[in-house]
Design a protein around this ligand. Structure first.
Ligand SMILES: O=C(O)C1=C[C@@H](OP(=O)(O)O)[C@@H](O)[C@H](O)C1
Ligand SMILES: C=C(OP(=O)(O)O)C(=O)O
Length: 431
């Protein structure tokens, strides 16, 4: 495992950063295109570990997926009859939660496995739901097996999706292919990551699928064909956040082109966090988002339940702010790539910080962050791409931060180390 010396910013950063496609949109587009009734194209697809695992999993079940010879991010997806296969999930939540429902309508046995660390991620909720809907499944966590019968009865299912919104998204994405469609009813603590469910619903509708959403915590997908659709994938706004935060912590300026004016990506809400902490964020008519650091950052008291995947970036910002912060609504982060509450508290505190975990669920669970002068030291990534980028962010202001396994950023942004170096190398431009 390599150690990466996080570069320290000796001047305010000033850079324009082009982000590749969104992980969440790319992996939904791949699933929907594979289940459609004619070929679709995906332009600007993210190519990273998580999306390549999705491509490989669908291809192993029979889907034709071809990249343009001159552009790996331009894909043509040709639906074909789905059959038995071995599917590797890595540590990708989208693969381990979106593909079992696809396997349930395949003709043959699909064996799922993943990284050792993936075996502890919550999964039984969606496997139990699929069993109730008629699927033959052995196991409750990775590794597990789905004996696809070529069709699934479908119908109504009540689940507790408080551990992950991906349980709902997974069932909805394949639901139109179930004989009776699917109605998913959530009962339990408030659900996390609702924008990701809205993303699922919007993308299903773009494929011509009928989705009813009138009742809170309830979604119904009508049975029927899934039409082909040609996708142009938005940049990954969650992966934009460390770069935007770099402007905020160095008093610099970072511009992200092709920032969507309207989107279901939770990363869009980062703009409000930056504003609350005292940085400026302006979306120009040309679609370029410009974040400018205006000096010391204020602490914040904020509920992150809807945008939990932004927590590592936000926690790193809070550790560099002037006042105390309280981040709540994120108990479910203990089931992400790693237990992100413990990981963030441990790593910031190792550098001299003062972070306390708040035990609790998706309402009360979170972090209390009291900024302290930080010093250099080792920063563990725990195979978590967003822990690695959070360490890089702190390193901009704290000399001597050594990030272990920066390569884990390949989960969603393989070019991260180079992009970070380019951002710093871009220097200060006069305006
Ligand atoms: O559906 C998706 O694409 C995602 C949903 C969220 O999962 P949780 O609801 O498990 O937090 C998010 O954190 C993850 O990064 C991506
Ligand atoms: C939680 C995340 O990923 P996954 O899709 O693996 O759940 C994330 O990217 O922050």
């Amino acid at each position: 495992m390599t150690t990466w010396s996080a570069p320290t910013a000796h001047a305010p950063v000033s850079a324009t950063v082009e982000l590749p496609g969104s992980k969440s949109i790319t992996n939904r587009a791949l699933v929907l295109a594979a289940l459609a009734d004619a070929p679709s194209t995906i332009t600007g697809a993210l190519r990273s570990r998580d999306t390549d695992l999705m491509i490989d999993g669908l291809a192993a079940m029979g889907t034709g997926i071809a990249a343009a010879p001159d552009d790996p991010s331009r894909l043509t997806v040709t639906p074909r009859p789905l059959h038995g296969a071995a599917v590797q999930c890595g540590l990708a939540g989208t693969v381990m939660r979106f593909l079992p429902p696809v396997a349930a309508v395949a003709n043959g046995t699909v064996e799922f496995d993943g990284d050792p660390q993936a075996r502890t991620r919550p999964l039984h909720t969606i496997l139990d739901a699929l069993r109730e809907l008629g699927a033959d499944i052995t196991g409750t966590a990775l590794p597990f097996t789905v004996a696809g019968a070529g069709s699934l009865h479908g119908g109504d299912v009540v689940i507790d999706a408080s551990a992950s919104s991906q349980f709902v998204s997974g069932l909805l994405l394949s639901g139109a292919r179930f004989d009776n469609g699917v109605r998913v009813i959530h009962r339990g603590a408030p659900m996390p990551s609702m924008p990701h469910v809205e993303m699922t619903v919007a993308m299903l509708r773009d494929h011509g699928v009928t989705v009813e959403t009138g009742t809170p915590d309830q979604w119904r997908v009508a049975p029927g064909p899934i039409a082909a659709h040609d996708w142009v994938i938005e940049p990954d706004l969650s992966n934009a956040t460390p770069f935007l935060a770099a402007a905020a912590v160095t008093g610099g300026k970072v511009r992200i082109p092709r920032w969507p004016a309207a989107t279901t990506q939770p990363g869009a809400q980062f703009v409000d966090i930056l504003a609350a902490m005292g940085a400026s964020a302006v979306l120009g008519a040309d679609g370029v988002l410009t974040v400018t650091g205006l000096g010391a950052l204020r602490g914040i008291d904020v509920d992150l339940r809807a945008i939990g995947e932004l927590t590592p970036t936000i926690a790193a910002l809070c550790a560099l702010a002037t006042g105390h912060s309280r981040l709540t609504g994120i108990g479910h982060l203990r089931g992400h790539e790693t237990d992100r509450l413990t990981a963030l508290a441990t790593e910031i505190n190792r550098l001299g910080g003062d972070v306390a975990e708040i035990d609790g669920d998706n309402v009360s669970g979170g972090l209390l962050i009291r900024p302290r002068p930080l010093h250099g030291g080792t920063w563990e990534s725990y195979a978590d791409h967003r822990m690695a980028t959070a360490g890089a962010l702190i390193g901009l202001r704290v000399p001597g931060v050594e990030v272990l396994d920066i390569g884990t950023t390949a989960k969603t942004l393989p070019a991260f180390p180079q992009m970070w170096a380019d951002m710093l190398g871009a220097g200060v431009t006069a305006e």
